[in-house]
Structures are given as structure tokens and as C-alpha cells.
Design a protein around this ligand. Structure first.
Ligand code: PMP
Length: 428
């Protein structure tokens, strides 16, 4: 037994499923998860001392690579001054100014401690501001695990929400409408059905929780126009895409202006952080200026703010996003070339520092139902082949892959050489 396997058995006795967040358990690919001891640059190291080239990046935030010297130094310096005060600090002001400078649609911002908190708070604010109860989301988009967001569509997709977890009363879920990502018609239909009841649309501007699906041309613009027509707010959830797809998020990349934006892990540089912000008139509606309640004892924590600020400042370096996009393209196109060489059908998507691999004959994957129809056996085989080769990918066919600036020629070439060997085996 490896040390990871031993730790997993031990963990299962005291932690449900042995993990503190479900996707870590390797349910999507089978086998036992790696327990991680440390990480540096493009590499993570498991409890058995084996090194892996990492394409998870703590699920997104490690854009500069793990254990970046500037972020580490900022955290260590902040620790000297105490860990938490529950009172305002200058660091929070600097963080707010930095976020607003990078994402111009955010006129004001409030810090929270996770992506879930950010989306949950933004939804409450949108409902309070518009005085409407219903929200619209898209099948296959994940926005954290708040009750109103853990809702998927029924078989016809355009149905009233059914909870996707026990513990969420149907009375709550019925206010969540689910539309089809990249299909504007489905959104129009729901607005026509409930013209004065929908408070907001929330979406991932590049879907990263049904693998990686960018918006088709006109989709985001169409959502903006429909929200304006029906008096609903547009919430762009950039928890994954913020500062990964471009310096100003996916909204900057695609030139779309939301009313509210949610941010997460990336602005904490790896510390537990989230934020939501947007139009000043809407943001003024939260306590203490407005009637919508929202709060957090550890919100704006000084260590997290220091880590986040160091990361955001480093991300503003000239040419960084072009370089990140170029690395991502090389990896994604390289995977496709290697698969095709061995006669394995593989479709790819990539944008900024994120990519998706789909085991399918389809030329382009733009919808959730195409993702669910991919070859379910191919992914786990590919996954474990790559893991044996020392390449760590997200352990599910529904997750995007992430590059960092620490991924250099050496790591990219080693990854593609490994993929070539794994596809060769799969082809047999
Ligand atoms: N929104 C999006 C788009 C996400 O990808 C995630 C998590 N991956 C969340 C919200 C929830 O964030 P957290 O896990 O920090 O609560």
C-alpha cells in the first residue's frame, strides 16, 4: 500500500469519504486519491514523495505556480502582525482598489471567504434589489453549494428547478430556473414565461464545471440584452475565470459588462477568499448602507488579503496573459495531435489559462449534453495513464484543466510525451 492509500483508509474513519470536498475522492476516475505533501512551481508532491506536473493548480488559483516567492513573502510578513482582527484594515482598501482597477464593471466590492459565499450573497442582493424571487442559471454550471444554486434541470432542461441534493426543500428550488448554456432561445422562453419574476441570470462566462466550454459568439451579448429588456441583473461568476482568462476576467476578454461579478480563489492566491461586486447603486443595497444583510467574521482577513494582493500585483506584469494563453494552446493542441496520431477521437477547448479535453467524435463541444455523451470509459483510462506518468489532471471528466506561468518548455514537452505513450496504450 502506498502512503496515500494508507492515509485515505485512515481518513475515511474520521472524515466522510475521507475528503473535505467530494471531487477530491477520485469518484470520477476510480482508485485512491493522492495525498499531497507539498507543491512548488509547476509540481506537486504526494505523500510517497513522487512528483507530478500539476494541471489542477488548487482548482484554479495557482496561476503563478505553487509557492510563489512573492506570495510566500507577503504571507510571512503579514503573519508577523497578527492573524485576524475583525476590524477594517488598510489592506482591504488596497485590495478593493486593485480589484476595481482590474475589473472596471465592479464599482464597489465586498470580500467574503469562499466562492460559495460570493455567489450566495450576490443572488440575495439581486433578489433584494429587484424585489423578485426567481433566478436563472444554466445546466452544467456550478456556482458553489448554496441551496438555490444546487439545482439542475429535469430531463427537458427547461423545467422548474428540482433540487439536486436532499436537504434542499422543493419550495426553495422552485425559484431556480434552468436554461441551456449557449442556447439563447432557452433563456428567451423562460423570460417570456416569467417576464416580471426573474431577478437575475447567473452564469460562468466560460463554463469550467462541465469541463471547459467557452461561450459561442453572441451568447453573452444576448444575455445582456435580455436582462436589460426584462429588468433582471446579469451576474457573471468569475470564481474560476477571474484573472485566469484575462487580466480583466472573462468579461474583459469577451467585452461584456455585467451588473454584478463574483470572484473567488484566484484573488486569494491560494488562501480562502471570495468577493462580489458591481454597480454602485446595487452594492449600496447591502448592509450597512442598505437593507440586504450580508456579513463575515473573517471577511477581508489580513493574511488572505496580503496573499491576494501579492498575486494580483504579479498578474499585472506586461505580457503575462499572452504567455499563459500560449502555453495553454500548446498543451491543448498537443493533446489533440497526440490523440489523433493514435486514432483516438479527441475534441479540445481552450481559452486563457484553461482547457478541456473531450473524448468524442464531435468537432466542437459547445453544450452540456455533448459533454455527457463523451466516451465515459476513455477518460478514467487516460487519467490513470497520465497519473502513472507523473502528470496530475483534475480527477473528473467534468472539470477544466489549468496552466500556470511555472509550466515551462520542459514540463509541457514532458506532458505531451507522456500523453503520446498513454494514447498509444489506449489505442491497443
Ligand atoms: N463558482 C464557480 C464558477 C466555481 O468554479 C466554484 C468552485 N469551483 C464556486 C463558485 C464555488 O467556490 P468555493 O468552492 O470556493 O465555494
Amino acid at each position: 500500500m502506498t502512503r496515500s492509500e494508507t492515509l485515505f483508509e485512515q481518513a475515511k474513519k474520521t472524515i466522510p469519504g475521507g475528503v473535505n470536498s467530494p471531487v477530491r475522492a477520485f469518484n470520477g476516475v476510480g482508485g485512491s486519491p493522492l495525498f499531497i505533501e507539498k507543491a512548488d512551481g509547476a509540481y506537486i508532491y504526494d505523500a510517497d514523495g513522487k512528483a507530478y506536473i500539476d494541471y489542477v493548480g488548487s482548482w484554479g488559483p495557482m496561476i503563478l505556480g505553487h509557492n510563489h516567492p512573492k506570495i510566500r513573502a507577503a504571507v510571512l510578513a503579514a503573519v508577523e502582525n497578527g492573524l485576524s482582527f475583525g476590524a477594517p484594515t488598510e489592506l482591504e482598501v488596497r485590495m478593493a482598489e486593485k480589484v476595481i482597477e482590474m475589473v472596471p464593471s465592479m464599482e464597489q466590492v465586498r470580500m467574503v471567504s469562499s466562492g460559495t459565499e460570493a455567489t450566495m450573497s450576490a443572488i440575495r442582493l439581486a433578489r433584494g434589489f429587484t424585489n423578485r424571487d426567481k433566478i436563472m442559471k444554466f445546466e452544467g454550471c456550478y456556482h458553489g453549494h448554496a441551496d438555490c444554486l444546487l439545482v439542475k434541470a429535469g430531463s427537458g432542461a427547461l423545467t422548474l428547478g428540482q433540487p439536486s441534493s436532499p436537504g434542499i426543500p422543493e419550495d426553495f428550488a422552485k425559484h431556480t430556473l434552468t436554461a441551456v448554456y449557449n442556447e439563447l432561445e432557452s433563456v428567451k422562453t423562460l423570460f417570456e414565461q416569467y417576464p416580471e419574476e426573474i431577478s437575475c441570470i447567473i452564469l460562468e462566462p466560460v463554463a469550467g464545471n462541465m469541463n471547459c466550454i467557452p461561450p459561442i459568439p453572441g451568447f453573452l451579448e444576448g444575455l445582456r440584452a435580455l436582462c436589460d429588456q426584462y429588468g433582471a441583473l446579469l451576474i457573471i461568476d468569475e470564481v474560476m475565470t477571474g484573472f485566469r482568462v484575462s487580466k480583466s476576467g472573462a468579461q474583459g476578454h469577451y467585452g461584456i459588462t455585467p451588473d454584478l461579478t463574483t470572484l473567488g480563489k484566484v484573488i486569494g492566491g491560494g488562501m480562502p477568499v471570495g468577493a462580489f461586486g458591481g454597480r454602485k447603486d446595487v452594492m449600496q443595497f447591502i448592509a450597512p448602507t442598505g437593507p440586504v444583510y450580508q456579513a463575515g467574521t473573517l471577511s477581508g482577513n489580513p493574511i488572505a488579503m496580503s496573499a491576494g494582493l501579492a498575486q494580483m500585483e504579479a498578474l499585472c506584469e506586461e505580457g503575462l496573459y499572452e504567455a499563459l494563453a500560449d502555453k495553454t494552446k500548446r498543451v491543448a493542441e498537443g493533446f489533440k495531435a497526440a490523440a489523433n496520431k493514435h486514432g483516438i477521437p479527441l475534441s479540445i477547448n481552450y481559452v486563457g489559462g484553461m482547457f478541456g479535453l473531450f473524448f468524442t467524435d464531435e468537432e466542437k463541444v459547445t453544450r452540456f449534453d455533448q459533454v455527457t455523451q463523451c466516451d465515459a470509459k476513455a477518460f478514467p483510462e487516460f487519467y490513470h495513464g497520465m497519473l502513472d506518468e507523473g502528470v496530475y489532471l483534475a480527477p473528473s471528466a467534468y472539470e477544466a484543466g489549468f496552466l500556470s506561468m511555472a509550466h515551462g518548455d520542459k514540463e509541457i514537452e514532458a506532458t505531451l510525451a507522456a500523453a503520446d505513450r498513454v494514447f498509444a496504450k489506449m489505442a491497443k
